[in-house]
Design a protein around this ligand. Structure first.
Ligand SMILES: *[C@@H]1O[C@H](CO)[C@@H](O)[C@H](O)[C@H]1NC(C)=O
Length: 390
């Protein structure tokens, strides 16, 4: 039988060896933990960040901007001095630049929302603002259920949640006017948005084909009270199809007073207040192509018109054909056939624009076209009825 006998000297040697081993191990362990931590923080630093759930609109990079707008041949009128810095890669405060839509009645809400959603989808970095009568925010009793109002509220919520739109309730232009009448409101209320340096207003309904030219216009222009799209090529009067404005308390007050003295429509009010050609967008700024185009002009095109070239050169098409009630209405096929452009390519462009509008209306607003009854009274009645079904 073998006996394991250890002297006290041997025990103490084994004991000290164990202690040394333990200490060494503890030292190794703490070193390992420290090293792992270091490696983790290194990995974290090297690893690409996770994409943010909602990309914050970033200033557009110079290559995205249409450089032609900033660097015209020859003279360069009315361009902000900061352009050179911006081209050099510096940023611009896009939170003070915006696109604004103004709705005075329920039937206009969807088209305004569609335009803002187009800008959202084309990734414009500017703010999107929707002005509407403040009275729409008033709570109504449940027994007085209003179908139009409920559609409007749904669309306003969609505007905020899905397209990041800022809602801006507006007052009647003349204090104390009947706030239930669309005619009590005015485009002049644009000038009350003094938090913004420059705003672009587009007259709807229409289809936005490209946002970069408008973004460039917003970014590179100097701030002036009014720079409007000219009514005609002769540049004698302004139109309200596209406005680039610098809101200010003074302009707002002036417009309000003029409007209070004479109850005129917006176009007349602006023509009275802002002289042409000083208050028109410079010819140079409009030389880039069709910034604003009216669909009815497609009926006057010549042979050789090219639909894809047209779309590439056009920023915004306002869908306006005088015989038609608007793209929101379902016009019978025979009427459309009679009115559409005769020339093949122009007809293709025209029909595609109306069809694009119809599809976007469903996608953005969840609304079908309104039935069209061929009389002014009929149109209003049909619109009410259609809204009533929702
Ligand atoms: C229109 O223009 C594009 C490009 O410029 C060209 O590829 C196309 O063939 C043209 N179409 C017609 C019908 O001329």
């Amino acid at each position: 039988m073998a006996k394991l006998l250890l002297s006290s000297g041997q025990v103490s040697i084994i004991f000290s060896a164990a202690i040394i081993f333990l200490f060494t191990f503890a030292l190794f362990l703490s070193g390992y933990v420290l090293q792992q931590r270091y490696v983790h923080s290194l990995q974290a630093a090297i690893k690409p960040r996770l994409p943010k759930p909602l990309p914050v609109p970033k200033p557009i990079e110079p290559p995205t901007l249409d450089v032609k707008w900033a660097r015209p041949m020859g003279g360069r009128p009315k361009v902000d001095e900061s352009v050179d810095q911006m081209i050099a890669g510096e940023t611009l405060d896009w939170s003070r630049l915006g696109y604004v839509q103004v709705v005075k009645e329920h039937v206009e809400v969807c088209s305004a929302l569609m335009l803002l959603s187009d800008l959202h989808e084309k990734k414009s970095p500017a703010k999107k603002i929707l002005m509407f009568p403040r009275v729409w925010l008033r709570n109504v009793d449940d027994e007085e259920y209003d179908a139009q109002m409920s559609t409007t509220r749904r669309l306003l919520r969609t505007a905020v949640r899905r397209y990041g739109v800022t809602l801006a309730p507006m007052e009647t232009i003349v204090d104390g006017a009947d706030d239930s009448l669309p005619s009590s409101y005015s485009l002049a209320s644009l000038y009350s948005l003094t938090n913004y340096e420059r705003l672009v207003y587009l007259q709807g309904p229409g289809v936005l084909l490209d946002a970069s030219a408008l973004d460039s216009l917003l970014a590179f222009s100097t701030s002036e009270a009014m720079a409007a799209f000219p009514a005609t090529a002769e540049r004698r009067e302004l139109s309200t199809s596209l406005l680039l404005i610098h809101p200010s308390r003074e302009s707002f007050q002036q417009l309000k007073e003029t409007r209070m003295a004479t109850p005129v429509a917006d176009l007349a009010l602006f023509r009275q207040t802002f002289a042409a050609p000083e208050s028109l967008i410079s010819e140079w700024s409009l030389s880039m192509g069709n910034v604003v185009y009216e669909s009815q002009k497609l009926r006057g095109t010549m042979d050789g018109f090219n639909a894809s070239e047209f779309r590439a050169a056009t920023t915004y098409v306002r869908l306006s054909d005088p015989e038609l009630p608007g793209p929101e209405y379902d016009v019978p096929y025979t009427d459309r056939m009679r009115l559409r452009p005769k020339e093949g390519q122009a007809r293709e462009a025209w029909e595609r624009l109306y069809e694009q509008f119809r599809q976007r209306r469903m996608e953005v607003c969840g609304l079908d076209l309104e039935p069209w009854v061929r009389s002014a009274v009929g149109i209003a009645g049909a619109a009410d009825e259609a809204a009533g079904e929702l």
